[in-house]
Design a binder for this molecule. Structure first.
Ligand code: NDP
Length: 334
């Protein structure tokens, strides 16, 4: 029987190519969890996925009731009992936004979708992973991170830097205006910083889930940075000049560029290959720019992954615990 994998945000970019890599292996049935079902179906058709290898299901991460409903619907599927991995990949990025937009539940949208929606999903679905039958491989839960959240790298040093501060904005419900409490740190809203903060929460969530539940459940929790896929629609809200230059800079100057195909293969491998069983790991690939100096321009070995060291804040387990507890409150898990 095929193993089941769920990929969020599988209608485009990294998520779509991760679904492709899993479908093409032949031993996975992929649930493409997409906010726009028709777009997901069209994308799967374009890439020629075999009809019996996937299903597109609706998942709107900016609506917690929709997340809960997704989980409920999934539980009614016959392939639910074969669940082996959950890949939380979807994200949004508003690089030029100076005023916040909000999810259905009233959270600032970048963190609301990229962190809180996935936070609820991952916590609910841990039960499904644990309860699924033994598929001959450990169960895995991966939340995609980013170099931009990791301030011990060159890319992570570009301001505005990720910083959760005292987390007073998150504690206050992340529903403020442009002046206060729409950012986790409670400070003034800055679109690109919200993305980096959300990615930092993704990394901290994985570390904390691993601490709380790896030993007890045997589930392997991980995060990863796939390299810079400089031409996905993630950058759709950037200026045309940026969208023209950024891929070229990444390809020819920093050499951190990876294609969607290569990045999708990397993310798929994290949930299905035997070398990725270190729980709590933050996987990165050489030449991807996810180290401060080492190998930044050395592009000679692109296949070898390593467990990357997070920034000081990304490895702060006290902060991880507090962020986790605040997120539990925010999404109403208790
Ligand atoms: P894309 O914009 O191509 O893909 C993002 C996906 O998330 C799309 O499928 C999108 O759906 C979905 N999505 C957005 N909002 C929601 C929502 N509210 N509910 C459900 N799904 C939603 O970007 P990428 O492929 O580049 O990004 C994928 C992941 O990779 C992200 O986690 C990103 O942080 C990470 N990443 C990307 C890098 C890069 O260089 N591109 C580098 C490092 C990490 P729709 O198709 O409907 O818009």
């Amino acid at each position: 029987a095929k193993k089941t994998a769920i990929v969020t945000g599988a209608s485009s970019g990294l998520g779509l190519y991760t679904a492709k890599a899993l479908v093409e292996r032949g031993d996975y049935f992929v649930v493409m969890a997409c906010r726009n079902v028709a777009k997901g179906q069209e994308a799967a058709k374009q890439l020629g996925f075999a009809a019996d290898s996937y299903e597109v299901m609706e998942l709107e991460l900016g609506d917690l009731a929709n997340v809960r409903n997704f989980v409920k619907k999934f539980r009614g599927k016959k392939y639910a009992k074969s669940l082996q991995s959950l890949i939380c990949n979807a994200a949004i990025y508003y690089p030029n936004a100076v005023t916040p937009t909000y999810t259905k539940d009233g959270f600032e949208e970048t963190v609301g979708v990229t962190h809180l929606g996935h936070f609820l999903l991952a916590n609910l679905m841990l039960k499904d992973l644990v309860g699924a039958q033994d598929m001959g491989i450990d169960k895995r839960l991966c939340i995609v991170g980013s170099v931009t959240a990791n301030t011990n790298t060159l890319a992570g040093q570009v301001p505005p830097r990720a910083n959760l501060g005292d987390m007073s904005g998150l504690a206050a419900g992340l529903n403020g205006d442009r002046n206060a409490n729409a950012m986790i740190d409670g400070d003034r809203f800055i679109g690109p910083k919200a993305y980096k903060d959300a990615k930092l929460c993704n990394i901290l969530t994985v570390k904390e889930m691993s601490n709380r539940w790896h030993e007890q459940t045997g589930v392997t929790f991980s995060t990863m940075y796939p390299g810079c896929i400089a031409d996905t629609p993630l950058f759709r809200n950037h200026t045309p000049v940026f969208r023209f230059l950024f891929p070229l800079i990444q390809k020819y100057i920093t050499k951190g560029y990876v294609t969607m195909q290569e990045a999708g293969g990397r993310l798929a491998s994290v949930v299905c290959e035997p070398q990725y069983t270190t729980s709590g790991a933050y996987w990165a690939w050489k030449g991807g720019g996810d180290q401060l100096w080492d190998n930044y321009w050395d592009n000679s070995n692109r296949t070898e992954a390593f467990d990357n060291k997070p920034s000081k804040e990304g490895g702060d387990m006290q902060k991880a615990k507090e962020m986790f507890d605040m997120s539990v409150q925010a999404v109403g898990l208790k």
